[in-house]
Ligand binder design. Sequence first.
Ligand SMILES: [Zn+2]
Length: 288
Amino acid sequence: MSAHLKILNRINPNLIWYLYAEKCKKLFNESKLILSFDCDTEEDIVVVWDVHSRLLDMGITPVYAVPGELLKKGEKIYRKIHETGAEFINHGGREHTYFDTANNRHASCFFYDQQPLGIVEQDIIQGHKTLQDVLGITATCWRTPHFGTFQKSEHLIFLYSILKEMNYKFSTSTSPEMAYRYGPIYKHDSIFEMPVTGIFSEPLNIMDTWGYFEAHDRFRAPDDYVKTSQSLAKFSSCHPIFINIYGDPSHIYDKPEFFQAMKILVQASENMNYTQLLGMIDENLRLL
Ligand SMILES: [Zn+2]
């Protein structure tokens, strides 16, 4: 963690947003919003269509990151979602959560930082092939499973080398800190990386649905998600920034606060997907 950012975060987190806005200004004239869903459990399959169609009605088309094994299990639903024009990105092949019956909840597994690199490579390839088989698409965007634990420079160097070999163009697999250091989109070994967005009042922490709606030990409430979205929307309506937030459908399908928050955000920023975003700012990216 950069010492400079840590100090800024302590003194005044707003300063980090101004720093971010300065970097965004070089690429954007107006704020852009991408909402991506990691669909890591079978529960997502049950609720994802309902969540997707409600968001479509609000003018938001989410991007989907579904591990290959789950893409196969929910083949019909995900195909239907793909047909509405939603972008699907590679999120690995194997499932990376399991149901912990002792605690009666889902738990994470298959962390890339704990695997031999050959297994990581195989998983990236398996995810890629499954997207070809199930949806007939050749993915060019990647999200690392549990990316928070795969942030060391040796991890990222390895990851980008594999993605480059597979002709990937972009990845959205780094934490918010990287956005404040290098910008909303930065180039690493010919791959464009787009870090996820932080919480407005705690910019170094990821604004995900887990921390507000799902974690059993969470200290944030669904109402706080609305509040942080309001602050983010207010800032983004004055300063063109890129908002790259993500969540899991099963965390929010029955939470009105999530949909309220998305309504607030989409009023202040234009919704798009990763391919559209990179296409739109292609000229500016050439300068990176
Ligand atoms: Zn995941």
